[in-house]
Design a protein around this ligand. Structure first.
Ligand SMILES: *Cc1c(COP(=O)(O)O)cnc(C)c1O
Length: 463
C-alpha cells in the first residue's frame, strides 16, 4: 500500500514514511492510494477474532511494510494497557448500542490510537537511530492521551502546553501526575488559543523545528485515523450478529472529523453493512450545517460542556473532500485555498446528494445534552459523558429499524461537573482516577511567550 496527498503534490510513499510525517509536504493530508474492499470470505474469518487480532488483520492491509510479527507485537502491547478484557465492549441500553471506547489509560477514545502510535513511534525511531521531541497544545483529552502514549519511551520527549487553571481539574491531574522523566507539562499563563499560537509559531520556525526534531501527535496523523477504523468493523460484527441485521448505523460525537472519517473508511471497506453515519455536533455546528444545508462556513468557537468538540475548523475534513470531489486533488486544493481566504465553502445539490448517502447530522445544544444524560440515567442507571450524550441524542433522532451504535468517547468521571448538574451526583471514579490528588505533580508554569517556551525546549529537548 502506498500513500498520496489530498493535494496531489507528493510522490507515493510507503506506510512507515507517513507515520513520522504529520502533514504532507504540499500542505495536504495523507491518504492511501486505494481503500481495500473486504471480501465476504475474509469478513467471515474476521468475525470471530478478538479485538487485537482484528486490529492486526485490518492494519496489516495498510501497514504492509512492517514485518507482521512486529506489527502484531506493537498492537498487542498497545491494547494490553486497557482494563476491559474485550478492549471495546458493546452494551445495549434503552434500544441503542453503546460502543465503550474509554477503557484505556486516560479514559477517552483517543487512547485507542495513541497507545498504538506511541509504540509505533518508538519502533520507527529505534530503527532509524533518531530522536523526537513531541510538542503539542491541549484543552484536555488529547494532551493526557498523548502523554500516556509515549511516557517512559526511549528516544522521545513530550512537551504539552495547557492553559493554566483552564482545563478541568481531573484532566490537569491526569497530565501533571505522570512521573516519567520524558514528560514535560507546561502550564501557560494564557488561554488555549495562546497555547496553540505558541506551538504554531515554534513549528513555523523551520530551523528550530529541525534542530530539535520536533514532532506532532495531532489527529491529522494517518496512523491515528487508521487505528480507529478497527472498532467500527468490530462493533458492526458484534451488533449485526446479535440482531441478525444486515445493516447498522453509527452515531459519532464529532470535533476534528478524525473519528467519523475512520467510520467512513470502514463503511467503504465493508461495502455494505454500515448504512449511514450520524455526525453529531454540539453548538459548534459547522459540520451539521455542511451535511444539512451545504453551508460550510466558519463561526466563532463556543465553549460547551463537551469541550473536545469545541472546534470550528475540522482538520480531517479535507480527507473526506478528496473522496467527495471524485479523488481530484486539484479540486481539493482549490477548495482549501478558497476556504482559507473566505472562511466558507458552498456545495452543489449534486455534491450534497452524495454527502447524504454517507451521513445524517444533528446539532445538540447544552440543554438537550444535560437532559439526555438525566433521562438515560433515570431509565437505565447508565451514566453518559457529555460527548457521548451528544452522540446518543443525535442518534435517537435518526433511529429507525436498524440498530444504532453510539460511540462512547469518554468515561463520565472525566467530566464530573456537568454530570452532577444532570443527575445530582458525580459518577464514581474508576481506578485510573483514584488518588490522583495525592500524587506528586510535575509541572512548570511559563508566561504566554514563544521565546520562553523555546528556551525551555532548548534546555530539555533530546538532541
Ligand atoms: C477528541 C474527542 C472527540 C472528537 O473526536 P474527533 O476525532 O476530533 O472528531 C469526541 N469526544 C471526546 C471525548 C474526545 O476526546
Amino acid at each position: 500500500m502506498r500513500y498520496i496527498s489530498t493535494r496531489g503534490g507528493i510522490n507515493p510513499l510507503p506506510f512507515k514514511e507517513t507515520v513520522l510525517m504529520g502533514l504532507a509536504e504540499d500542505g495536504g493530508l495523507i491518504l492511501p492510494e486505494a481503500i481495500p474492499r473486504i471480501t465476504e470470505e475474509t469478513l467471515s474469518y474476521w468475525q470471530s477474532l478478538s479485538y487485537p487480532e482484528l486490529a492486526f488483520e485490518v492494519l496489516k492491509l495498510f501497514a504492509d511494510d512492517l514485518p507482521p510479527h512486529d506489527l502484531r507485537d506493537l498492537i498487542n502491547r498497545a491494547y494490553a494497557t486497557f482494563t476491559h478484557p474485550e478492549i471495546c465492549p458493546v452494551v445495549k441500553k434503552n434500544g441503542v448500542y453503546i460502543l465503550e471506547l474509554f477503557h484505556g489509560p486516560t479514559l477517552a477514545f483517543k487512547d485507542i490510537a495513541l497507545q498504538f502510535l506511541g509504540n509505533l513511534f518508538e519502533y520507527l525511531l529505534k530503527e532509524r537511530g533518531l530522536k523526537m521531541n513531541i510538542l503539542g497544545a491541549t484543552s484536555g483529552d488529547t494532551g493526557s492521551a498523548a502523554i500516556y502514549g509515549v511516557r517512559g519511551r526511549k528516544n522521545i520527549n513530550i512537551f504539552i502546553l495547557f492553559p493554566k487553571g483552564r482545563v478541568s481539574p481531573v484532566q490537569e491531574l491526569q497530565m501533571t501526575t505522570v512521573p516519567d522523566k520524558n514528560v514535560f507539562c507546561l502550564a501557560i499563563e494564557g488561554t488555549f488559543d495562546d497555547c496553540q499560537q505558541i506551538v504554531k509559531a515554534i513549528f513555523g520556525d523551520l530551523s528550530f523545528k529541525k534542530k530539535y526534531a520536533l514532532g506532532a501527535v495531532n489527529s491529522i496523523n494517518w496512523a491515528r485515523v487508521l487505528a480507529q477504523v478497527v472498532y467500527y468493523i468490530w462493533a458492526y460484527f458484534k451488533v449485526s450478529e446479535t440482531e441478525k441485521a444486515t445493516e447498522v448505523r453509527f452515531s459519532v460525537p464529532t470535533g476534528n472529523f478524525g473519528d467519523i472519517f475512520a467510520g467512513y473508511l470502514a463503511k467503504r471497506m465493508l461495502g455494505k453493512g454500515i448504512e449511514r453515519l450520524v455526525l453529531a455536533t454540539n453548538e459548534n455546528d459547522i459540520l451539521t450545517r455542511f451535511v444539512n444545508k451545504g453551508d460550510y462556513s466558519l463561526g466563532k468557537v463556543t465553549s460547551t460542556i463537551s469541550p473536545s468538540m469545541d472546534i470550528q475548523i475540522a482538520s480531517n475534513f479535507e480527507r473526506y473532500l478528496y473522496y467527495l470531489f471524485g479523488e481530484n486533488p486539484a479540486r481539493v486544493r482549490a477548495a482549501m485555498e478558497k476556504f482559507a481566504k473566505e472562511g466558507r465553502l458552498s456545495f452543489s445539490e449534486e455534491d450534497l446528494a452524495k454527502v447524504r448517502k454517507d451521513f445524517l447530522s444533528a446539532s445538540i445544544n447544552q440543554e438537550e445534552t444535560l437532559s439526555m444524560i438525566a433521562s438515560f440515567y433515570q431509565e437505565t442507571g447508565y451514566i453518559l459523558d457529555p460527548h457521548t450524550a451528544v452522540g446518543v441524542a443525535a442518534g435517537l433522532k435518526f433511529k429507525d429499524q436498524r440498530p444504532m451504535i453510539c460511540l462512547a468517547t469518554a468515561h463520565p468521571a472525566k467530566f464530573p461537573e456537568p454530570v452532577k448538574k444532570a443527575i445530582g451526583r458525580e459518577p464514581e471514579r474508576p481506578e485510573a482516577l483514584k488518588g490522583l490528588e495525592g500524587k506528586e505533580k510535575r509541572v512548570t508554569t511559563l508566561p504566554a511567550s514563544v521565546a520562553e517556551v523555546k528556551a525551555f525546549l532548548a534546555k530539555n529537548a533530546l538532541i
